[in-house]
Design a protein around this ligand. Sequence first.
Ligand SMILES: O=C(O)CCC(=O)C(=O)O
Length: 344
Amino acid sequence: MVSAEAPTRSHEPYQVRVEEYKSFRRDGYLVVRGLVAPEEAREWADFTDDMMAGRRAMPGLPSPPDDATDAERRQFYDRIHMPHRTCEVAERFLLHPRIVDVLEALIGPDILGLQTMLFFKQPGQGGQGFHQDTYYIPTQPDTLIGAWMAIDPADEENGCLWMTPGSQHEPIYPDCDGVTQQGDTILSDIEAVKSVSHPDVELNTLAQVALQYEVEVPIVAEPGDVVFFGGHVFHRSHRNRSDRPRRAFVSHYCNARSRIAWDHGSNKAHYEGADANGATNHRHILARGSTHLPYAQPKFGTLCAANAPEIYGERIDDNRVKSMMGDSAGFMVLVPHVDVEHDH
Ligand SMILES: O=C(O)CCC(=O)C(=O)O
C-alpha cells in the first residue's frame, strides 16, 4: 500500500525577537530584513518583467499591445489588486510561511489572508498619499495588518514607503466625502477628513493630523525585506523620481477570529454565503491556526492552515482550561483543573 506523504514546512521558521515585538508595538511597524530570500523575491521581478514584455500574462488582465514601445510597456501596469485569486505565485507569497510566522507573533495565533496588491511603480509612476489601511479594510475586532515585501531595492529616490512612528495610536478618521460611514465615528469629537490617499497634502486633510508628528521615517528596503504595519499607522509613498523600478508585493491579514465585511470587486457572487450583516470571512484564506468563523481554501493548493492543519493549524496541544488560583504563599498560580484540590 502506498501511503500519502505527510506535508512538511517548506521554509525555516522565523521566530520574532522580543525587541522586534516591542518595536512593532512602539512604532506601529516592524521591518524584518531578509525575511524572504532575495532569490525568492526575484521571482516577482522576473514575473513582472515578463508581463511588461508580453511573455507572460496574469489571468483576466490584458497584456501590452505587440507594437508597444519599451516606455509604453513600463507604464502599462500600475498596480494589480487581488492577484492571489488568479495567480499561483501571488497565493504562495500571501501564505509565505515566514511572513505568517511574524504575523502569528504580532496579531495571532490565528491568521486570515485577506488581500494582495502588486505594485509596479516604474520610473515616473506615482505614490499613495497619507492613509490608514483599516479605513479601507475594517475588521471587527480591529486586527488588520499589512506585510509589504520589496521586490526591488527601495529608497527615497524611487518612492519607498514612509511610516509615521507612534501614529498607530490614532483612531481611524472617517471621510467626509460621503463615500462610506467607515472610521471611528463612535468617538465624540473625531473630525472627518477628505481626499485621503491623495499625494497633495493640501487636498488630503489627513495630512494635517499626520504632519503634527515630528518624525516620518523612509523605509529603505532590499528585495525580500518585509515591512509589517498595523492598520492605523499613517503611511505614504512618493512618486518614483528615479530611473529604476520600485516594485513591491503587499498582503493584508487579520486575526482569523475577527469578522470581515469586506471583499474586493463588485461581483455579487462574492457575497454569497455572507451572514445577515454581510460578513465575508468565507472568502478569505485561513493561513495559520484555527477559527470558529468560516474561511476559504487556497485556490492553488499552497500549504496553510486551511489545507494542512497538521503543520500550520492550532499549536496549543493542551486545550484544557486552566484555573487561576492562589498558592500556599498567597501568590497567583495557574493550574490545570484536574490538579485543583482546594477551591480558594
Ligand atoms: O507601496 C506603496 O507605494 C504604497 C503601499 C501602501 O500604502 C499600502 O499598501 O497601504
